[in-house]
Design a protein around this ligand. Sequence first.
Ligand code: CMP
Length: 145
Amino acid sequence: IRQVTLALLKPDLCADPLRVRAVVNILESADSGLEILHRRRLLWSEEEAGHFYAEHKGRFFYERLVGYMTSRAFEALALEGPNAIQQWRSLIGPTQPVRARISMPMTLRAMYGLTDTRNSFHGSDSPETARAELALFFPKFYPGA
Ligand code: CMP
């Protein structure tokens, strides 16, 4: 089924334009199965980061996560394709880059991720979160979160 998902290229990745270029090249290659519909670069306030990661409030890594996500600019992408939600999550791989390097070495987090927090990528985890996250980052195209 055709889906649209929300991808984030997080601040650690966006610190290096060559890495962003490499990831976009992979996405634009035919065999990713995904198409970039929209793309924007932004810088979050602590309030915005806290809102997005509200479900993690209280976890031991929460402060680190908010500090990291507000540390510099990052990119949000709307990706379209067959099973886009799962396809993008498969491309990025496990949350923790060190584990990804062992179990899924060809994934993007294995290749680019730095630490458990600075793991370079985000992908919506369900159609409901994809809808809400697309509405948050691209309200003109996906109104009504
Ligand atoms: P993501 O899965 O996109 O959303 C939650 C984020 O919290 C995750 O990416 C990481 O950036 C961060 N995170 C998750 N687990 C840990 C952890 N064990 N230690 C530090 N940061 C984490």
